[in-house]
Design a protein around this ligand. Structure first.
Ligand SMILES: NC(=O)C1=CN([C@@H]2O[C@H](COP(=O)(O)OP(=O)(O)OC[C@H]3O[C@@H](n4cnc5c(N)ncnc54)[C@H](O)[C@@H]3O)[C@@H](O)[C@H]2O)C=CC1
Ligand SMILES: O=C(O)C1=N[C@H](C(=O)O)C[C@H](O)C1
Length: 285
C-alpha cells in the first residue's frame, strides 16, 4: 500500500515549482522531501509546457503527471509557488476541498492577506515569505540584535539590502519586508517606524526611526539578504544567502509534512501558521 502524502504543486512549471516537483519525486535525497507522491502539477492553462510531464519539465524521468490547469481529486496537501494574481483561485480550491495549503508566493495585496486570514478559519495554512531554515533563523537573530542595540549610545541605523535574480517581479522581496516588520517590532520605539524604500535626491539626514530597504536585481541570484546595523564607530552585517533554490523547496515540503501531522493523526487544525511554527522557533516553543 502507498502511504505517501499526495501532493499538488501550484505553479508547477515555474522556477520554484519545478524544484518542489523534483525533490518530492526523489531527485535528490533530502529528508524533508521523502514520503511524498506528486499527484497534481497545476499551472496556467496557456503555459507553453501545459500537457508535458511534470517530472520531465523538472529535469527528471517521467512521473506520469501532466502540467495542467485541472486539479486532480486525490490531493491531500498543496504547495503554492505562483503569482499573486494566481493565488486566489488556488486558495478557493483548497477551502472548497478542505486541503491544507503551504503558501510561498510573495507580493500579495492587503486584500489578499485579509482573504488568507479568512481562509485560515477553514483550513490550515502555512504562509511565509521564505521557507529557508537559514533565513528564518536569521530573522530571529535580527530581532535579537535589534533589541540588544536599542539603547546603544549614538543610536543604530538599520538598513535591509536584498539581491535577487533579474526575473523577480516584486520588490522589495517578501523576505525583506518580513525582516523589516520583525525589526520594527523589536525597535519598540514610541515614534512609529518609517519604512523608507531607496533614497534619491536631497533627502536630508537619516532619521532615527526609519528602516531603509534596497532591492538589487542581478543575474541569477536565488536570494540574498543583508541586514546592516550601523553605529558610530562600528557595524554589524547579518548576511544570509541561498546557493540554489532547494532551501526554499525543501522548506516548503517540510511545511507540507508538518501540516499533515496534526495531533489526532490527521492534518493540523484550521489556522494561520508560519515557518517559525514549522521549525519550532515560535515564541514560547
Ligand atoms: N517563500 C519562499 O521561500 C519563496 C517564495 N518565492 C516566491 O514564489 C513565487 C514564484 O517564484 P518563481 O517560481 O521564481 O516564479 P515563476 O514565475 O518561475 O513561477 C510562477 C509560476 O506560476 C505560474 N502561474 C501563473 N498563473 C497561474 C495560474 N493561474 N495558475 C497556476 N499557475 C500559474 C506561472 O506560469 C509560473 O509557472 C514568487 O512570488 C516568489 O517571490 C520564491 C522563492 C522562495
Ligand atoms: O522570487 C524569489 O526568487 C524569492 N522570493 C522570496 C521573497 O520575495 O522573499 C524568497 C526568496 O528570497 C526568493
Amino acid at each position: 500500500m502507498n502511504n505517501t502524502i499526495k501532493l499538488a504543486v501550484h505553479g508547477a512549471a515555474g522556477r520554484m515549482g519545478q524544484r518542489v516537483v523534483a525533490l518530492a519525486s526523489g531527485a535528490d535525497s533530502v529528508d524533508d522531501a521523502s514520503g511524498f507522491t506528486v499527484v497534481g502539477a497545476i499551472d496556467h492553462a496557456e503555459h507553453p509546457k501545459s500537457g508535458q510531464d511534470a517530472g520531465v519539465v523538472a529535469g527528471l524521468s517521467p512521473i506520469e503527471v501532466p502540467i495542467s490547469a485541472q486539479w486532480p481529486d486525490d490531493v491531500q496537501v498543496v504547495i503554492d509557488f505562483s503569482l499573486p494574481e494566481a493565488l486566489d483561485s488556488c486558495v478557493e480550491h483548497c477551502v472548497a476541498n478542505n486541503l491544507p495549503l503551504v503558501i510561498a508566493t510573495t507580493g500579495l495585496s492587503d486584500g489578499q492577506k485579509e482573504s488568507l486570514a479568512e481562509a485560515a478559519r477553514t483550513i490550515p495554512i502555512v504562509w511565509a515569505p521564505s521557507m529557508s531554515l537559514a533565513v528564518n533563523l536569521s530573522m530571529k537573530m535580527a530581532e535579537r540584535i535589534t533589541s540588544a542595540l536599542r539603547d546603544v549610545a549614538g543610536g543604530v541605523d538599520i538598513e535591509i539590502l536584498e539581491r535577487h535574480h533579474r526575473f523577480k517581479a516584486d520588490a522589495p522581496s517578501g523576505t525583506a519586508l518580513k525582516f523589516g516588520e520583525l525589526i520594527a517590532d523589536a525597535m519598540d520605539t514610541e515614534q512609529p517606524v518609517a519604512h523608507v524604500h531607496g533614497r534619491e535626491g536631497h533627502t536630508g539626514q537619516r532619521t532615527r526611526n526609519e528602516i531603509g530597504y534596497h532591492a538589487i536585481r542581478v543575474g541569477d541570484n536565488p536570494g540574498e539578504h543583508t541586514i546592516v546595523f550601523g553605529m558610530l564607530g562600528e557595524k554589524i552585517e547579518l548576511n544570509v544567502a541561498a546557493s540554489n533554490r532547494d532551501c526554499y523547496a525543501s522548506g516548503a515540503l517540510a511545511a507540507a509534512k508538518w501540516l499533515m501531522q496534526g495531533e489526532a493523526g490527521g492534518p493540523k487544525p484550521a489556522g494561520m501558521y508560519n515557518m517559525f511554527d514549522v521549525l519550532g522557533m515560535a515564541d514560547g516553543q
